[in-house]
Write a protein that binds this ligand. Structure first.
Ligand code: BGC
Length: 873
């Protein structure tokens, strides 16, 4: 009773506080707007207007600070820097001068100072810190700053060295899918392709193999994996580098890759933190009128923000030693100087022990970025170098902060165990032109082939078209069937340099990776045509081809099937012009008009629409073959001929038409808000948690192929859903206790007395429920694997109430089961952690395990739900 009364009193006090602060802020904002309308020339009234503006601005900041101090999320909804006030101000300043950015401050709450890391996460971090501190305590200011910046050198990024303490320069290299731009290094499948395997074990093995290649080349820090962008914008230019448009799927991928990469002793860099969801105006000046103007600001609410943070939690939990902050702004503050994101979320909420490196030339300030939590600038000294030492000497940056930056860098290096004298020497060079390059390929081609096949998604297969059974005669069409016949435009990038690839919808040649820093440079490419040639030889069959015509002639009507290869391109630096192209669509339709067995293979850097031809009766099979890396043709032939039964699933939603993605189709121009200022583009993430399938579910839009969809050559039946409660670590019991909510293990919030470790509050990772079911290969003919998916429906805060902010269903588990022979069955087991079942509570600033009935669905996609159950907390 007393508790209840206290709660009521506190609630009333809180409401009164919100009302009061809102009223004050409203008054301050309107005063501020009036002041902005006064002329600002000096001397005269304008001068005083400026002074007054500063005073009002500081008062607004103070209110916002008090608000943040009492942890009220309502702070961010206060009109401290609303877009309405900003538009009034900035639109009046376009006479050759940059408009003022003052009105935009305060949207991202301040969080200072930067926590000093000390290695409390684990004994391994702790010994890394003891050693690191022993080193940094002997360093001069110059030596400390030497570790916080880049220098020219053989790698994409190179830190300074301190010879007297045996600290070598650290070498950074791109990118997520293998060492780019070097000779004798493998081109692994892109992140999106790996995600399409829905196989946590393959994700780990991928990380391990990529890591081994980095290590072999003497690269200390791999610039990957990537979960930013997450894939909010359907046409996003870099979605393919990441791991699909769902935080849970991407999170598993990030965790497993980091585990693999760091298992090889290489430091993994989780990037780009945070909200770098589009390429258009991703950084200062890019795409701006006359090259002048700020980067797009991703304006996101506190709860939706945690969705984008989610996959980074997994990376951190797995021990990532580095995080890269991006180019864009978030809630108006550049992410590399956004104290809320770096000091607040990354280093406090998630207890990050490693270092934050800026994206290349992403630093926008010296003192601000240092105090907001950035630890290293790349690729040169940016606003730091000598100036950082000066800032420390004059007190603008605390000496403790500089020590912490350098200590974090060294701790990550020591945590990875790179100091033991066995780490290979740097074996990379810009352009890959090294005398006697180090060959690091090992037998990774086998794994690349395996992942290539596992990530291939069969979306249509009628009349038993696939698998091919000893075909004698195949016709091959389309520009994507063969390797590009002309040299690469840029030796560093298979996909084409930024200079040439902007605006491409397709790639003229078989597409195995996208463009930009995440591209790869394969030692060779097995094209689909080459692999088909080898395979057809076995059956003494024959091939005919036309890789060029838009409308190939109907010469070979006796062929068993026509294989049409098309692709969809994407690259860093620009978003995609469209999700399909007319040339390729017409090519498919032209062939399907006379070939009764038309099999379409799409290599795509993300979503590719298929509606112009998907229902054509002559299009009898369709494979979404992603970005499979160097073994492309082999992986594809494994699927076409049924040596591997497809089990890949879409890591995003394929809509029927572009407009079905709504405002999530195009990158934001930054000017959607009325009166928006071209100098300060902003993008309001109004959909909250509803991106990709959650958006389609929320708005009742029928997709062409939903998230999680993919066919097999066999069928699977699902049965026997069991839900167990985990009452203690590793102890499960069958029935849900009615009093569960009363136990500490199931408390609404994680234990406030338990210290946070890297990756977030340890309670968040506790398994609370275990779900099991059985799947049986019911097809009778082919062995196969099934990707079993678990979705959760989280109850509303108030029993029976409506909660429009929470998606109806969210992915919270997946297992690739098998291979299962016909008639054989297997088990899928899912562990649901506290985080999986919680909702970020913006007022309590904590993950909250709601009370009520949780719904569980297990099925073959986000819409093919075969089993369901519930449990109560
Ligand atoms: C990209 C990063 C990359 C860096 C170094 C930047 O343009 O955004 O992802 O790691 O370049 O090449």
């Amino acid at each position: 009773m007393v508790d209840y009364l206290t709660k009521v009193i506190l609630e009333n006090l809180r409401n009164a506080f919100i009302q009061l602060t809102t009223t004050i802020m409203n008054h301050l904002s309107s005063l501020y707007e009036q002041l902005l309308r006064l002329p600002t020339s000096l001397p005269g009234p304008g001068y005083f207007a400026n002074q007054a503006k500063e005073v009002v601005f500081s008062m607004k900041g103070a209110v916002a600070l008090i608000c943040t101090a009492v942890s009220l999320q309502s702070c961010s909804s206060l009109p401290s820097s609303s877009s309405s006030s900003s538009s009034t101000s900035s639109s009046q300043h376009h006479d050759g001068q940059h408009p003022s950015e003052l009105p935009y401050y305060g949207l991202s709450p301040p969080f200072y100072p930067t926590p000093v890391a000390n290695g409390t996460s684990s004994s391994r971090w702790s010994s890394a810190y003891q050693h690191a501190l022993a080193l940094t305590s002997q360093m001069t200011l110059l030596e400390l700053q030497n570790l916080t910046r880049g220098f020219p050198g053989p790698c994409v990024g190179n830190t300074g060295s301190i010879d007297r303490l045996s600290i070598p320069p650290l070498c950074f290299y791109d990118g997520p899918s293998g060492v780019r731009g070097q000779e004798f290094a493998s081109a692994f499948p892109a992140g999106i392709h790996l995600a399409a395997t829905w196989d946590a074990d393959l994700m780990y093995r991928y990380g391990r193999a990529v890591g081994a290649e980095y290590r072999g080349k003497g690269v200390n820090i791999a610039l990957g994996p990537l979960a930013g962008p997450l894939g909010r914008v359907a046409k996003g230019g870099r979605n393919w580098e990441g791991l699909g448009s769902d935080p849970y799927l991407a999170g598993v991928g990030m965790g497993r890759i980091v585990e693999g990469v760091q298992g090889e002793g290489v430091i993994a860099t989780a990037k780009h933190f945070l909200l770098n969801e589009q390429e258009y105006r991703r950084r200062w000046g890019q795409d701006a009128p006359d090259g002048e103007g700020h980067a797009i600001s991703a304006n996101v609410g506190d709860r939706a923000l945690r969705e984008y943070v989610w996959p980074f939690m997994d990376a951190l939990r797995a021990g990532a030693g580095a995080v890269m902050c991006g180019y864009n702004r978030a809630n108006h503050s550049y992410v590399c100087q956004n104290s809320k994101l770096l000091n607040g979320i990354l280093k406090t909420e998630l207890g990050f022990e490693g270092f934050v490196v800026t994206d290349w030339d992403a630093q926008m300030s010296g003192v601000a970025s240092a105090n907001a939590g950035a630890d290293m600038v790349m690729p040169r000294d940016g606003f730091w170098g000598e100036k950082l030492i000066e800032a420390v000497k004059n007190g603008s940056v605390a000496e403790e902060r500089l020590n912490d930056m350098a200590t974090r860098v060294l701790a990550a290096w020591l945590y990875a165990g790179q100091d033991d004298g066995t780490y290979p020497p740097v074996g990379v060079a810009p352009g890959g032109e090294l005398p006697g390059p180090v060959d690091v390929q090992a037998d990774h081609a086998d794994l690349i082939r395996e992942i290539g096949a596992a990530g291939t998604v069969l979306v249509k297969n009628i009349n038993g078209t696939l698998p091919l059974t000893r075909p004698k005669f195949l016709c091959v069409y389309g520009y994507d069937a063969i390797v590009k016949s002309t040299p690469w435009e840029n030796p560093d990038r298979y996909g084409g340099g930024y200079d040439v690839n902007r605006g491409w919808t397709t790639f003229n040649g078989t597409l195995i990776t996208g463009g930009g820093s995440g591209s790869s440079t394969p030692p060779y490419v097995v094209s689909p045509f080459e692999a088909l040639s080898h395979r057809i030889r076995k059956d003494r069959g024959m091939l005919r081809w036309d890789f060029h015509s838009a409308n190939p002639s109907q010469q070979y009507l006796n062929a068993d099937a026509c294989l049409v290869f098309i692709n969809a391109y994407a690259s860093e630096m620009s978003d995609r012009p469209a999700l399909s192209d007319t040339f390729s669509d017409d090519l498919v339709l032209n062939i399907a008009s006379w070939c009764s067995q038309t099999i379409v293979i799409v290599h795509s850097a993300g979503i590719r629409l298929v509606d112009p031809w998907i229902s054509h009766p002559n299009v009898t099979a369709v494979l979404m073959a992603g970005l499979p890396g160097q073994e492309s043709g082999n992986s594809l032939v494994d699927i076409l001929y049924g040596d591997v039964n497809p089990s890949g699933r879409l890591p995003y939603t394929i809509a029927k038409k572009e407009s079905d993605y709504g405002h999530l189709l195009n990158p934001s121009t930054g000017q959607e808000e009325e009166g928006g200022d071209p100098f300060f583009p902003e993008d309001n993430f109004v959909e909250g948690l509803h991106i990709d399938y959650r958006f389609f579910d929320r708005h009742g839009i029928a997709p062409r192929f939903e998230f999680g969809f993919g066919l097999s050559y066999t069928t699977f039946s699902y049965s026997d859903l069991q839900i167990y409660v985990s009452i203690a670590p590793g102890v499960v019991q069958e029935t849900t206790m009615p009093s569960l909510a009363a136990t500490t293990r199931f408390a609404e919030f994680p234990d406030p007395d338990t210290p946070v470790i890297q990756g977030g509050h340890p309670d968040l990772w506790e398994t609370l429920f275990v779900v099991r079911c059985r799947v049986e290969n019911s097809g009778g003919k082919y062995e196969g694997r099934e990707v079993v998916q678990l979705y959760v429906g989280i109850p509303a805060l108030n029993e029976g109430g409506e909660d429009k902010e929470t998606p109806v269903r969210q992915l919270r588990g997946f297992k690739r089961v098998g291979p299962l022979a016909p008639g054989e069955d297997g088990e899928a087991e899912f562990e649901l952690t506290r985080r999986d079942l919680s909702v970020w509570d913006v007022e309590m600033q904590q993950w909250r395990l709601r009370r009520g009935k949780y719904k569980i669905w297990v099925g073959a996609s986000s819409r093919d739900l075969r089993l369901s159950g519930t449990f109560d907390i």
